[in-house]
Design a protein around this ligand. Sequence first.
Ligand code: ZN
Length: 211
Amino acid sequence: MLAVLLFAAIPALAQEPATISVLERREIALDSGAGMAGSELRLTLAYLDGSGWTLEAIAAAANESARILRQCGLALKTAELIRVAAPGRFHDFSTPLSRQLAAALQLRKPTIYFVAGTRQRPAFDAEAIGRGNSRTRPELRDTVWITRGACDLAVTLAHELTHVLMDSGEHADEPGNLMREETAPGNTQLSVVQCARLRENATANGLLSLP
Ligand SMILES: [Zn+2]
């Protein structure tokens, strides 16, 4: 009986990668950035193989987010899409394990990680880590973590990325603003003041390249 059980367990174990590695890197073009002369923002989009994320869903969200951020004069022309293999314990966001994941991968920042879920409490569908909230976890600086539970993916991506670029956890109250605490499909506007702060802080933190 024991032999049968052990044998049955082998296929399941074999499917889990033993280490963290990059399976595939590909450059994707973001059409909204074509011909724009603004400051260039190059995103790294990393997703965990087996977490349920697809290349198509991520590319579509990145394209829509690029259109949203264009109002601040940011040109997102290309992004690097990276498929990552990692043991199952790394598929959810958690500060100790995600620090190990980011340290092992050493990806260019800002990095958006597309993960299965979160083990953090309180549990957020998406989290942004800038300078101010990364002092005790420097590996996570300038990263965003988006779970499969996130609604309005493109708006969520643009909202969390704006937290990182502005290096601020602040929210706005104005109707239709991207930085309202609750993300919604119609909330995509940024004010002139927000855009100025975003460009200033993102440039100071080395996240934008000037034209
Ligand atoms: Zn927020």
